[in-house]
Write a protein that binds this ligand. Structure first.
Ligand SMILES: NC(=O)C1=CN([C@@H]2O[C@H](COP(=O)(O)OP(=O)(O)OC[C@H]3O[C@@H](n4cnc5c(N)ncnc54)[C@H](O)[C@@H]3O)[C@@H](O)[C@H]2O)C=CC1
Ligand SMILES: O=C(O)C(=O)Cc1ccc(O)cc1
Length: 368
């Protein structure tokens, strides 16, 4: 169509073999996504059953004695063993670039530095995408689409190592973003770890309640507690490894909670209703800062289409929509600086959304 190469028709940005250690949710999702983009992926897990399950789900194949050193090793194991596995991978595959996807970045980096491990070929990373349940059976190739993927490098990191890790993120539809381990841990303490604690504690309040009360719950409670279903064992590790930033956030929240509780205990006291309103209004301003969701009209369904970095892609998409008889009600483009991929958020009437996704998919476009 229009002489434009379809996004799915070009060669992968990831050159060479990728070996994934830890074939659970993250590892198998990375394997699945890369395999779909034509990359040769091998998988390994401390649990042989998990490794074979990941193979069965299409996340990769097992390594054989004939396999050469992979270009990249992705460590996707629980945080508390991540430093050990990185150390072993650097020793087992000299010359390979090694990355990890653990939810904390400073603790493994400091552990490896303390042990005097040569970290030249190591580039820590963290895709900001996940699901409440782990395991290979929960893996999804599109898990990372349109999500930030933090990459931690230092002055010693060779350009080719950084480029390879960023290429994996881009190939999976994510947006690579550079941060220091400290900056990363502070940021995720606020946007990922604090919400996990709040959602879990809030959902825990439901336990003493009666059936009739819980039965009334609707979308509000579901929205604020969705991630409470996450794996407690994984989160004990994540929170323990990032305790200082999370404790600071919890203390700030406690201050707000105490102020709110005091005001609500005596709402007729001078200024009390205003304090309550101010805290609620701060929440409304805060939620408006969350990227991605605000500003889209509720009258329309939004389809997100991945747009490649080549000229003419957006034009080709718009022409394609016209050919398919799909009316575009609104268009928003998201592009992260340096990323070779963009996201076109297209608002359409809800009744055509499903057909639009199916038709675009058939014509080679990747939608979310
Ligand atoms: N679950 C989530 O939503 C997200 C998790 N992460 C990070 O990704 C990493 C993996 O998490 P998930 O995939 O959710 O966990 P998972 O439990 O689904 O998978 C972890 C896998 O690692 C394997 N494993 C454990 N120790 C091993 C070892 N020494 N050698 C080889 N394999 C080993 C386990 O058998 C398991 O299959 C964690 O570090 C986590 O912090 C990052 C982003 C999101
Ligand atoms: O479900 C969500 O909204 C998440 O934020 C999932 C998640 C969990 C752990 C991470 O380290 C990163 C992302």
């Amino acid at each position: 169509m229009n002489g434009v190469t379809r996004p799915s028709a070009r060669a992968s940005r990831v050159h060479g073999q990728v070996h994934v250690i830890g074939a659970g949710l993250l590892g198998a999702s990375i394997g699945l996504g890369l395999r779909q983009r034509g990359v040769d992926v091998t998988v390994e897990d401390v649990s042989p059953t998990t490794a074979l399950l990941a193979v069965d789900y299409g996340a990769g194949r097992l390594r054989t004695a004939e396999d050469a050193t992979p270009a990249l090793v992705v460590v996707a194991t629980p945080p508390d063993v991540t430093a050990d596995v990185i150390e072993r991978a650097l020793a087992a595959f000299p010359g390979a670039v090694v990355t990890d996807v653990a939810s904390v970045k400073l603790a493994p980096f400091e552990a490896l530095t303390r042990r005097g491990v040569d970290l030249t070929n190591y580039v820590g990373s963290h895709p900001m995408a996940g699901r409440e349940r782990g395991g290979a059976i929960m893996a999804r190739a599109d898990l990372f689409a349109a999500r930030p993927w933090i990459v931690c490098r230092d002055e010693e990191t060779p350009a080719n190592a950084l480029a390879l890790v960023e290429a994996v993120a881009l190939e999976l539809g994510a947006m690579p973003l550079e941060m220091t381990p400290e900056e990363h841990d502070q940021a995720v303490g606020l946007v990922s770890h604090l919400p996990q604690v709040v959602a879990s504690l809030l959902a825990g309040r439901l336990l003493p309640a009666g059936e009739r009360a819980v039965g009334l719950a609707g979308q509000g409670l579901r929205d604020t507690t969705r991630i409470a279903g996450s794996d407690p064992e994984l989160w004990v590790q994540i929170l323990g490894a990032n305790r200082a930033p999370v404790v600071a956030e919890l203390e700030a929240l406690q201050t707000d909670l105490a102020a709110f509780t005091a005001a609500l205990s005596d709402p007729d006291a001078p200024g009390a209703r205003r304090r309550i309103a101010d805290l609620l209004a701060a929440g409304a301003r805060g939620v408006a800062r969350i990227p991605g969701k605000h500003g889209t009209s509720e009258r329309f369904a939004t389809i997100t289409v991945l747009i490649d970095d080549r000229p003419g892609q957006l034009g080709a998409l718009l022409t394609e929509l016209g050919d398919l008889g799909i009316n575009m009600e609104d268009l928003r483009l998201e592009h992260s600086p340096g990323a070779q991929i963009g996201f076109a958020e297209i608002a359409v009437l809800p009744e055509v959304a499903e057909r639009a996704v199916a038709d675009l998919g058939e014509r080679g476009w990747r939608t979310l």
